[in-house]
Design a protein around this ligand. Sequence first.
Ligand SMILES: Cc1ncc(COP(=O)(O)O)c(C=O)c1O
Length: 384
Amino acid sequence: MNEDLFSEHIPLMRPWLGEEEGNAVRDVLASGWISLGPKVAELEQKIAALVGAKHAVATNSATSALHLAMQTMGLERGDEVLLPSFTCMANANAVLIAGGVPRFVDIERDTLNLDPADVERRITPRTRAIMMVDQIGLPADLDALRAVADRHGLLLIDDAATAFGGKYKGRYVGGHGVPTCYSFHPRKMITTGEGGMLVTDNEAWAERARTLRSTGASVSDLRRHQAKGALFQQYFESGYNYRMTDLQAAVGVVQLTKLDRMLEQRAEQASLYGELLARFDEVRPPHVPAYAAHAYSSYCIRLTPSAKVPAEEVVRRMAERNVSCRRGIPPLHFEPVFKEEMAGLHLPETEAAAQETMFLPIFPGLLASQQRVVITALERSLLS
Ligand SMILES: Cc1ncc(COP(=O)(O)O)c(C=O)c1O
């Protein structure tokens, strides 16, 4: 571990990794089976059972899990997919890789998640799917979005990359019967270094996703190994290499045992930030609707009209004070890759949120004393 990376400042995020993950990786190395195998299957079973989904398919990222979700659900070349612009490029990438056409939709001012009314307004005869995103760890209003999808016969996919451990109406995201994808990147709730997972109740989609994630082979490497090479694979369609390794899955299995403590710590940290921010006119803490339990994979504040310093400048000043923050999410429809195609598209809530939001450090192990340092730095950084 390179301590220098984290020693001199308060980082935005730091994964909670220890000896136990190291031991788990060593055991896998000693077993001789290091890629997709029994540890991946164990992680899949544990996560499916935890969130209340029938099937789980581990992948090498959430991007690939989203791709597999859309392909197995039957998205076809040229189909339009409605998704937020206030999200990471991976969402649009997954749509494009699946042959779809991304169409951006505005968000709600308070939750920063898809606005179901704007989703409905933007449906065209070419729309095939809605990709909802539980942004920043906050579950989106699934029932409202599912109602829109049902009314118009659209597919619904839930990107819970940042919201593993978050709950919608008392149940984990992923446990509501909608194909849902998680990310295990180090900035997410639990990590496997890189990694992702698709959970679904649809057995046929899960089986096809398993085949597609590993070249399209009808027989997995593990089953061939167990049959001592006497089983032969066939290819009914071409696939990918989206395999998670057993080394990664072993880390994930250990991380899962810490999930409750991670969620608890993050909720406590969010609560302390909320208290400390209560006296600031310039800043609003994140809004949590009654239907949601926030996973707080990140802590996103919003500057109010009382703030005289723009969020980007506040982030720069925080860095000078040795506190790593992050600006809000830049709208995808302004990215050079989409700019021409999306010319004239105006998403007022997305554009305002991008200007007015920023992320404060939150992670397991962040001390209350460090949070107070963050808030003092923020107070000074807000001075005009
Ligand atoms: C909302 C969202 N979706 C998807 C992804 C992609 O995750 P991955 O890096 O595992 O592909 C991210 C990553 O930052 C994300 O924030």
